[in-house]
Design a protein around this ligand. Sequence first.
Ligand SMILES: Nc1ncnc2c1ncn2[C@@H]1O[C@H](COP(=O)(O)OP(=O)(O)OP(=O)(O)O)[C@@H](O)[C@H]1O
Length: 250
Amino acid sequence: MAEKVVEIRDLYKSFGDLDVLKGVDLDLFREENLVVLGRSGTGKSVLIKIMVGLLKQDKGQMNVLGQEVSTLHTKELNELRLKIGFSFQNSALYDSMTVRENMEFPLVRNIKNLTKKEITMRIEELLEAVGLPNTINQMPSELSGGQKKRIGVARTLILNPEIMLYDEPTAGLDPITCVDINNLINEVRERYKTTSIVITHDLTCAKMTGDRMAVLLDGQFSSIGTFEEVFPHAEDKRVKSFYDYNFIES
Ligand SMILES: Nc1ncnc2c1ncn2[C@@H]1O[C@H](COP(=O)(O)OP(=O)(O)OP(=O)(O)O)[C@@H](O)[C@H]1O
């Protein structure tokens, strides 16, 4: 049985009268890619925030890499966060910095005593891994949307995270670039042995990258399984509507 990297049990979170998470159970196994689907406002971000200790659950367990997140103090939480790489929807590159500077930033802030040569080698290795070896001196404004996403992924990988969180990795990209990014997510797993959560509304992305899908509906994961198990014969109308509103290649 594969090692559990994340174990969520009976997790609840409300904001005033708004009950967002209502008994969430989920396991994430080492080196799997798990896709989380759910309509806007269903609580995907709240779940991720609880996972990285930015929010606390009202009830239930959020165990990440063997630790209950809600019990961690600042120092332990910071150590845990270094093991979780968050790839933002908008790539979150600093526009005023070159690609090199963007990538150097998390590295020198978190790992002391690296030589200039070590830093350059690490940046070059990751730029090569995401297929953009010649962009090191470019500004973000000179890059396409797909290239920015790749640099964002490279920057997230620079601290060697065990878990990668991809937030809407294909949002705003043309279909061909989406396929490139989906391939990149799979290549990253192969090369760096990461465990990933991919949050997406894009079922082609889900199908290409996910070993399992987890659909968040009404505060719980209603369906968890392979793409074929969850779609396309879903009985729940809300799950089926995800499938019906997406174009899926046969
Ligand atoms: N700090 C907060 N205080 C009050 N309400 C909050 C807070 N954070 C989230 N919410 C509410 O919780 C609900 C779930 O929000 P969340 O951001 O997790 O949705 P989501 O599934 O990530 O949506 P999207 O796909 O649009 O990003 C929303 O109704 C939101 O307004």
